[in-house]
Ligand binder design. Structure first.
Ligand code: SF4
Length: 264
């Protein structure tokens, strides 16, 4: 029964929001597993070298937004970088002022989060933060997400938003530690909503330099059926935990209170 209920929830970002908005091409964080980067390279819009150069889409900056049904995810194919926060804030303001619900998904920079909490306090009830914190280990973060903030900066951002009474949630997708339990124990007190765990879906096997192969191999090992099962068991009593479709598709027995609900 639980399995049936879980399968009704749409996969991918659609289980978090009904639409998304982006205003830049490229992303300074330059994560190795980035799906948006993979697509941009496939359609010759960016290259491996130019992905980290963020280019503003001027049409998006000028666009006005209507009230949409469901929730809007902002952004999804770039991040909110301190250097470009005024452009992002300009658009965020236009999305919120017409009453849209917004899921702000980001590998958070503390400076940006403090500014959002201050500047958008009036819209607090429309906003939920979903901070991506994929590991507690800065060596892993540096390898997989070279341009993104350290664990400490992301954790400080989470604590700040929580203390300002914003709705807070975390995405551990893709999880990079063998078991994300230590990370979850650390962040748990600062989560008002949910914690999502997912696998890395897009590991490019091509052209991996010899010195990087151990990290790719480790990811394949920690995503084994056996390890996923042991993670699920270890997190059984954690009511705020949810699993992304990349894990749910294996039909593991997951407690009913960890079943995803639309937009939680
Ligand atoms: S932060 Fe997101 S959009 Fe930016 S490179 Fe990483 S995965 Fe891609």
């Amino acid at each position: 029964m639980v399995g049936l209920l879980i399968k009704k929830i749409t996969a991918g970002t659609k289980e978090w929001a009904s639409s998304n908005i982006n205003i830049f091409f490229g992303c300074q964080h330059n994560c190795r597993y980035c799906y948006a980067k993979k697509i941009a390279i496939r359609f010759n819009r960016k290259s491996e070298d130019t992905w980290k150069v963020m280019e503003l889409n001027p049409n998006k900056l000028l666009q006005n937004f209507r009230r949409r049904s469901g929730r809007i995810m902002f952004p999804t194919s770039h991040d909110i970088i301190p250097e470009f926060k005024s452009e992002c804030f300009q658009v965020l303001e236009k999305i919120l002022e017409v009453g849209n619900l917004v899921l702000i998904t980001t590998k958070p920079h503390l400076e940006v989060i403090k500014a959002i909490c201050r500047d958008f306090f009036y819209y607090k009830d429309l906003i939920q933060f979903r901070f991506t914190i994929t590991s507690i280990d800065n060596n892993l973060l540096r390898f997989w997400e070279e341009g993104a903030p350290t664990f400490e900066e992301r954790f400080e951002s989470l604590k700040f938003a929580f203390k300002m009474n914003y709705k807070t949630s975390v995405s551990i997708e893709p999880f990079l530690d063998s078991n994300p339990k230590k990370l979850i124990d650390t962040i748990y007190p600062y989560i008002s909503e949910t914690i999502w765990i997912g696998k890395m879906n897009y590991i490019s096997q091509n052209k991996i330099p010899k010195e990087d192969r151990a990290n790719y191999k480790k990811i394949r090992m920690i995503y084994s059926h056996k390890n996923l099962l042991s993670i699920i068991h270890s997190l059984e009593s954690y009511k705020k935990v949810r699993y992304k479709d990349s894990i749910r598709k294996y039909d593991f027995q997951i407690p009913s209170y960890q079943a995803p609900k639309l937009f939680n």
